[in-house]
Ligand binder design. Sequence first.
Ligand code: ARG
Length: 577
Amino acid sequence: MKDTIRHLIQQALTRLTTEGVLPEGLSPTIQVENTKDKSHGDFASNIAMMLAKPASLKPRELAEKLIAALPGDEQISKVEIAGPGFLNFYQNTQALAGRLDALLADAKLGVRKAGKPQTVVVDLSSPNLAKEMHVGHLRSTIIGDAVARVLEFLGDTVIRQNHVGDWGTQFGMLLAFMEANPAAAESELADLEGFYRAAKKCFDDSAEFAERARELVVQLQAGEAECLRLWHRFNAISLSHCQQAYDRLGVKLSPADVKGESAYNAELPAIIEALRAKGLLSESDGAQCVFMDEFKNAEGNPLPVIVQKAGGGYLYATTDLAAMRYRSQVLKADRALYFVDQRQALHFQMAFEVARRAGFVHPGMQLEHMGFGTMNGADGRPFKTRDGGTVKLIDLLDEAEERAYSLVKGKNPELDESELRSIAHAVGIGAVKYADLSKHRTSDYRFNFEQMLSFEGNTAPYLLYAYTRVASVFRKLGNSSLAGQIALEAEQELALAGKLAQLGEVLNNVADKGEPHLLCAYLYDLAGLFSSFYEHCPILAAEDQATQQSRLRLAALTGRTLKQGLELLGLETLERM
Ligand code: ARG
């Protein structure tokens, strides 16, 4: 709808330009917003205020001329001037009802990508394999998953890349420990965190062990067979832990999406050579660095991107350069989105710029760091266990499901155990994911079980419950076939209808900005509007059959929109709870 209105305004502007009312050469961005108060129409634009000056007219005068020049459109019933010169557009309710009937008939609910479909690499999750996955990687995993799903739904080709940290000095320590404790078989590796701590203790306590660890890193990097065997075994176990977490979270990631740091090892010397050939390298204290004028520290000294250490070793940035080249040249990505902690913002800004200057990515490739804030405890302090350790993801999910179980059991003691468990799973995991997704991505976020499991407010339980209410309408009716057509009369019907028509626009925004909270806010509003519609506009006891059919269609579209929206966020819906 906004696009239609923008298009109409554009035509009016062109006409006023030919008539000499507006000077030649203006190309303003035409802003159209949804109005908050529907008594002022459904959409508003401030274009007359923006162009009053160049037109040498008062905003309201220009607004009048614009209205006169606007071509008619069957979707708009009237346009009015409001306040200092806003243009308020009222949509034609019949046309809106017709649009909704069309959405209902479409498997994709009428959602289309605004621009051309693209190939998009989504870099997500990417834990470090030396340790067990901890809560820090939760945000990257679930925000990245939600955005990937939305892009796919819009028709992009999405390539998920799990850039796991599977290389580096910590592995020497772990290999030395495996070597010294050949009996440390599956049983000990089952607890990676404990394994890591035990290895670290040996490393800190014994100089001999530490020495051996260093030797093993060198051997590993030289491709020594036994080292590689141990390293493979370790990674396989660690990755299977990650996969368990993904499956439990219902995140669309599989072993095929893993392309870890080590996958780029063979290309790193060529990356250095290419940088040298472009004249981008300088040596600083024996290390190979790239310096760029726009990156300086607070004292005004240039900041380096170090790509090779004095001893010859490569770094995180080197691997990222190789990964960017691969994503551009081999995967042919138009766009790459990096769901990584906000604290790595500078790393990405600098790495992206080096990649561009070196020509590792094609000039049109969009590289975007989708940073996110830190996950804190309910008290706002860094999220830690009682004894100060890092919180394991699995423990957190166990607790979420346990709490959801007691909650649901408290409400419905009559449900049988297996149904209770599956509801608890959907609610518990959904709550953890939704709480994260519904916050602004870049802000720090407080993890609070009580809040996320509340049935009030913008939470998973509230939305899952809202969906079951819609489902119950159809259960009561015992028949879900839809007939008739939508007719919009009551104010609550109109408000609900206006929201329902916005799904496509919201999803396009999520895809552009990489911000799933926009979809959460939309679904929350939708659920609220449905609830007042449901209260004021009886469905089962509707005045006549045509009204009942119209309301059923609105309910069905609401149900499908909620279900589709929740699925795009990676939440499982329930038919009853
Ligand atoms: N493994 C890194 C970490 O835990 C995140 C990797 C993100 N992706 C990338 N291409 N750098 O901090």
